[in-house]
Ligand binder design. Structure first.
Ligand code: FAD
Ligand code: DHB
Length: 391
């Protein structure tokens, strides 16, 4: 079998890239290790920047997003029970859209199914070959039978633990990493959100986040140490801990119920450079991870594949290598900007090992600075909404 682009991974990055290439008639095959239900069962991101929404519009999959997505003009930050609001619309004229990664994935899957492009789910033992030569290919097994696809390019969209980055020789790769000694315990519940906007809370007991998926479905997180197990967290224990970390008024309004999903996500900052090796391109979590604070992961993945799709379209339609050659440097500039913001937001909102009395005063001063300085608030709003990415 032969195609132009083999895409490894059918998460949001792989599916969006496939869709953007499809709309320009560029043949591609997606290989995904898991089943469609498994992919849809992962509850992850919830906040989309304008640039991500625009890419979904360009892909023709934004109809439901515009119907059901919730446009948010700002967020609230809380420190030991005192809330302050950051008004993105007033500060930088931008908003974000709350629409779950599950829904984005669903919409992209539906569009792909309708286009009859090839997606192989439950593809096992995916291996990448010859991406430093003129004849790259990808091999995989399905139901015990081996297959090989010859191609022009390989897009590694297979997440942090995927095969793509792992197949690059160590000496060709530089990696940069921070692992945080805590994770986020998340709960999804069929109850209306406690507030119209997201609340990011810094409390002595640790970070908490009140988010949502719809007017009737909420998503909450509390910071827990990395050695915690989800089984140790009954719903009741989770709600008690969350209430403890919120201001009294918000805690009093919180509607609780049986959790529909509960999981612990570790926090990590990671970047692999470069993002291109011959005809292999890395995109999304395969190349970089941000801690979730600030909601950048999915948006970065979308930004990467937007650049990559444009580069490949330029290659096939104009026979120009320029976009391909610029891909890694252009993507990494935005990646490092988001790494900076996510790391900073994590450090001002969480209880870290170095959060002694001095560290805590500095965290409070950082939050006060966002209240006192319009410049600081605008810089925050630019980063959070992705206004910076538009350059
Ligand atoms: P993935 O979603 O990881 O997809 C990779 C795909 O590749 C998977 O389907 C996997 O099964 C497949 N795969 C892996 N290995 C192989 C292989 N060997 N062969 C074939 N297929 C393979 N981001 C935001 O922007 N906003 C948020 O609000 C936000 N909140 C988050 C909250 C939590 C709790 C977490 C954990 C993450 C959050 N993120 C958020 C991050 C976001 O979910 C990720 O950045 C996003 O999923 C990256 O998409 P991706 O397609 O690059 O990778
Ligand atoms: C969500 C996740 C985030 O990391 C964030 O900063 C905001 C919202 C969410 O899952 O809803």
């Amino acid at each position: 079998m032969r195609t132009k682009v083999v895409i490894v991974g059918a998460g949001p990055a792989g599916l969006l890239l496939g869709r953007l290439l499809d709309t320009h008639g560029i043949d591609n095959v997606i290989l995904e290790r898991r089943s469609p239900d498994y992919v849809l069962g992962r509850i992850r991101a919830g906040v989309l920047e304008r640039g991500t929404v625009e890419l979904l519009e360009r892909s023709g999959v934004a109809e439901r997003l515009h119907r059901e997505g919730l446009v948010h003009n700002g967020v609230e930050l809380s420190f030991d029970g005192h809330r302050q609001r950051l008004d993105f619309l007033a500060l930088v004229g931008k908003t974000v859209t709350v629409y779950g990664q599950t829904e984005v994935t669903h919409d992209l899957m539906d569009a792909r199914a309708a286009s009859h492009a090839t997606t192989v789910y439950e593809a096992e033992n995916v291996t990448l070959h010859g991406f430093d030569s003129a004849s790259p290919s990808v091999r995989y097994e399905k139901g015990g039978v081996g297959h090989e696809i010859a191609c022009d390019f390989i897009a590694g969209c297979d997440g942090f633990h995927g095969a793509s980055r792992a197949s690059v020789p160590d000496k060709a790769l530089s990696t940069f990493e921070r692992v945080y000694p805590f994770g986020w315990l998340g709960v999804l519940v069929e109850k209306p959100p406690v507030s119209d906007e997201l609340i990011y809370a810094n409390h002595e007991r640790g970070f908490a986040l009140c988010s949502m998926r719809s007017p009737t479905r909420s998503r909450y997180y509390v910071q827990v140490s990395t050695d915690e197990h989800v089984e140790a967290w009954s719903d009741e224990r989770f709600w008690d801990e969350l209430r403890n970390r919120l201001d009294a008024e918000t805690a009093g309004r919180l509607q609780t119920g049986a959790s529909m999903e509960k999981s612990i996500a570790p926090l990590r900052s990671f970047v692999a450079e470069p993002m291109r090796f011959g005809s292999l391109f890395l995109a999304g979590d395969a190349a970089h991870i941000v801690p979730p604070t600030g909601a950048k992961g999915l948006n970065l993945a979308a930004h990467d594949v937007g650049l990559l799709a444009d580069a490949l379209i330029e290659f096939y339609e104009e026979r120009s290598q320029a976009g391909i050659d610029a891909y890694s440097a252009r993507a990494l500039e935005r990646v490092w900007n988001a790494e900076r913001f996510s790391w900073w937001m994590t450090s001002i909102l969480h209880r870290l090992p170095e959060t002694d009395a001095f560290g805590r005063r500095i965290q409070k001063a950082e939050l006060d600075n966002l209240r006192l300085s319009r410049g600081a608030a605008s810089a925050f709003a630019e980063s959070y909404t992705g206004a910076i990415a538009a350059s």
